[in-house]
Write a protein that binds this ligand. Sequence first.
Ligand code: ADP
Ligand code: MG
Length: 683
Amino acid sequence: MDGVARVHLNYGAAKLHVWGQVSPDDVIRRAHQAGYHAVRVTAFGRPPRSSSALALRLPLTLFCGLFLLMAATADVVPWIDLRMQQLLLIASIVSGGVFPFRSAFFAIMRRSLDVKVLMSVATLGAVVIGEWLEGATVILLFSLGELLEARSLERARNSVSKLLSLIPDQCAVSRDGEERLLPTADVVVGDVCVVHPGQRIPVDGTIVEGESFVNESSITGEAVPVEKRPGDPLFAGALNGESVLTMQADRPASESTLVRLVGLVEEAQGKTAPLAPFVARFARIYTPVVTVMALGVAALPPLVLGEPFPPWIYRGLMLLVLSSPCALVIAAPVATLSALANAARTGVVIKGGEQLEALADVDTVLFEKTGTLTKGRLEVTEILPLDDSTPERILAVAGGVEWESKHPIARAIVAAAEAAEVDVDPIGGFEARPGLGVLAKRDGVVYRVGSLRYLMGERVELAKAPVLAHELEAEGKTVVGLAEGLRIVGLFALSDSLKEESVRAIRRLRQLGQIQYVAMLTGDNRRAASRLTERLALDEMRAELLPEGKVKAVETWRQEGRRVAMVGDGVKARPALAKAHVGVAMGVANSDASLDSADIEIMGDDLSRVPLLVVLARRTVRVIRQNVACSIGIKVLALILLLSGDLTLWMAIASDVGATLLVTYNGLRLLGRVRAPSTRGAG
Ligand code: ADP
Ligand code: MG
């Protein structure tokens, strides 16, 4: 169209993006001409019911079938004579053909050859040689196939966009001391919303008042409601439990985690699996070649050898129908689409088919420790003064250094200070040394909190600190020191606990087979880490790594020829995730990391999702292979029948429509729930 600068068709989400100077109405009109039903959508809001697109087609297809059936009974029903039968067949072809003929017409105008053109030519060709009944059968089977295919694809698409309907249209907002019902889309950052029991959260925000259990399964996939208090985050779409919550909006509705999740999944669904380009190339060559062959078969023998036209035209038409690559073209996309939708429902964004295929291939899985295998909620268990300072003063100073840091250790120290009711005075000039510690400056003195390795590197005099630290680390604790200038003042011991599901998740991963190597990467000390290594029965552990060290470790494993998946959380983990064949980010809903840098993003913290994802990935690859084999197999079979002279036109159509539906339904199986093989034995 004139004025269109760029378009992007997202097959998976059934969305067309158009950039340029055109009116949306013109675009919609053009889509209608091409045989599609189009409506405008906005970034946020309920997806339109696209089933209305099919509303007219269903009755038309039914009429097509009904007329055909009546015509077919002409031999037994006395009042249907030859003319009557002819009329019935015309009615059948017309009602079944309106839509396909129309889009075929516009396709030809655009000089493109699509399946609707093929089918229309086949139908009209059959009519030309007097095979009315076959013509009507062609159009009936084709319409029926299209209808069923559209219906079932819609199921896959809706299961993602349906997530958006969990966000309420309206919510109670109190502005200027007055509570009013506003459209959710009009809520601005800072607005205070009231969520009553049993209602869904309208926007991402923070609790100001009230305590309640909130079911966040739509975002994190976690079925058990979470207890929430003032200060805790809330996600749009989550279901409030028993009591009233007052919350403050942190993001506008269009930027809610759930809305972004749906957007990302739809975008991912638009990208096809790596198998697809090959298939598309195949189809681009196969279809024209077979079409030309069909023309040759129909025209050459009669023209050159003087054979009669009708049987050769008939053979040409069969070949024409067989040139349709429909089933093959959707073999991979329909599987990926369903798998991505399935994952989305449990709060997992998979960036595309390619990533799924990579995950299916993985033989090495690396985990980060803090926040991934462990809960990442550290607690200060001991404070050891190393000079004459009191524990309170050490807490106050360390809290002041850590004030601006978001690291779990920093949080733990600040929380401990608050619990001990010491006043923390933030020290300025904060700087983080990722993987090592932090520093802050005041009045020319540099204060540092971090690992002893870090402090030693900064030439801090450690005295007997290492000896004390070793003992605590042997208990599995993390130890950090506080230094004032070059003097160490005290030590903190912190403990973290394993996530309940970690042991089982790793055991499951191994049970899946093919995964030969499971290891842990951490910046924490070796002694603490090695205790975990035993409990989790890991093959290897690499400790005291800086963020670059983690990236290097992934790289060396890759160079050994391993297919590496790396599972981590938080912003710092991202470079290492990016280095792996597949990077899996966890706890994304609660982290600052933007939603789009890892291959797979798990909104929640539940590690047992990882083995389930591997199962889903492998199943997807299997389904794609089955689909490709099935669609090529059926085509070959039909060609053999054609050569042996046993093929009829309706059989050719049936094989094409049948293969397409078979492939579609096979792909849709991936929408079903995924279970990992059950773990035998105690645990
Ligand atoms: P992990 O690999 O377990 O996520 P990190 O890379 O986050 O570990 O940190 C590694 C080590 O660096 C910590 O065990 C700690 O000794 C030190 N460290 C990092 N950040 C801080 C901080 N904000 N305060 C104190 N120590 C820190
Ligand atoms: Mg970390």
